[in-house]
Design a protein around this ligand. Sequence first.
Ligand code: NAD
Length: 493
Amino acid sequence: MRPTGVPETIRHWIGGELLDAADARTFEVIDPVSNSPYTKAAAGGTEDVDRAVAAARAAFPAWSRLSNRARATTLNRIADAVEARHDRLAEFESYDSGLPITQARGQARRAAENFRYFADVVVALGEEAFRQGEEQFSYVVRSPVGVAGLITPWNTPFMLESWKLAPALAAGCTLVLKPAEWTPLSASLWPEIFEEAGVPAGVVNIVHGIGEEAGQALVDHPDVPLISFTGSTDTGRHIIRSSAQHLKTTSMELGGKSPVVLFADADLDAALDSVVFGVFSLNGERCTAGSRVLVQRPAYEEFTRRLAERAANVRVGLPSDPATEVGALVHPEHYARVMEYVEIGRKESVLLAGGARPEHLPEGNYLQPTVFADVPQYARIFQEEIFGPVVAVAPFDEEDEAIELANATQFGLAAYIWTSDLKRGHRIAHAVDSGMVWINSHNVRDLRTPFGGVKASGVGREGGAHSIDFYTESKIVHVALGHVHTPRFGATS
Ligand code: NAD
């Protein structure tokens, strides 16, 4: 059922005002259960982005000059305002994106936590100082980069927006956010959240719209020196190319095809829970999903059989039902793409579970969690990101083969290793090409740690101090304390 309070039109928020697009265009927003339009959103273009950037520029001097403590106080108030809307937020998110309601609630909690965490980070922040003997002393001054451009995807929209908003604001940037066009609903709550928290007008601006129009205008804007992007690898490549024009700083959090490397000596029960949750939670629309499971031969048959049984039992259902474990995929276009991969997988390997919509759900973007086994390395379902509840399983014999298979894709976001031999766990962790590794665990984050990928999974790191580095420029100031030797060119005495 459509939640109460859905706006008739989701408007831009620029300079503290809710605005239609300058040319009054809108686009339809659909829900993934009925795939029918339930509201519309302003379709931003260059003029809207120009206005938003001008508002952010005007707000920059006052916001950037506040003390870190003052900004942190505001961030904590933002977290309070997010928490106060926890239920509505989760309801909006689940309705718009198809995420199961219980998991949408978890994302809402994480969003508030991101603001509290970055409030703490900036209050604790010190700057570096260097002494060269008695003669020279140098210290670093950090200043916010300016107007930040934030571009986010649809898979966990509100949480990922908060993951960029919080550090950008904490660092003293003002910003323009372009939410994903498939899921703009939860972002319609930001204006009241920021107003309640006392964020001055123009510090945060939101321009809705299609990526190629609104997003591109933000990337091309000469007064936006920095773009933080989370989304697909192809779009990331394109944005880096466009950003080169103005030599922008970019952070790229891109796609993944993360391996789980499971040795026969592992705790198979714990590994099974972790694999099932890691690839099927968030509807499998998770950048760090362990979507390739490599299992050592002695455990292969038992593990794949149990994985298939569990996949068949996963409760697929209405996103609003608290019993649902996998909801509806975000959009019919994405659903069609995932289903195409399922057809490809049938030809490339052995289907052990799923592969079709559950019988009790004749409409909507539903897929029973799908397990393919004996997937060869060259298979497309081994190589390409599917971003749905689909897992590819393959056997290996020796450690070297496991590493080779783990590294055999263009991606390198996360990796998960299961073994009771910790020496081996560390060896593999160091050998896999990925930005993040978990040993005997799933994707449990510590917000202080670097987040990001290597190869086609991204450029740069966010998280903890890395985010503050990204949103600030460091200036080094060198000061002479004593006598500094200077060669006396041209001197005659
Ligand atoms: P996408 O690349 O299609 O879109 C992401 C955002 O970019 C959207 O807001 C879109 O409107 C915008 N965009 C599209 N074209 C643009 C352009 N030319 N200029 C500027 N902006 C443009 O990605 P998606 O389909 O929304 O998201 C799914 C992808 O995101 C998956 O590949 C997933 O792995 C990735 N992802 C990565 C992480 C991570 O942290 N590494 C996290 C979540 C999702």
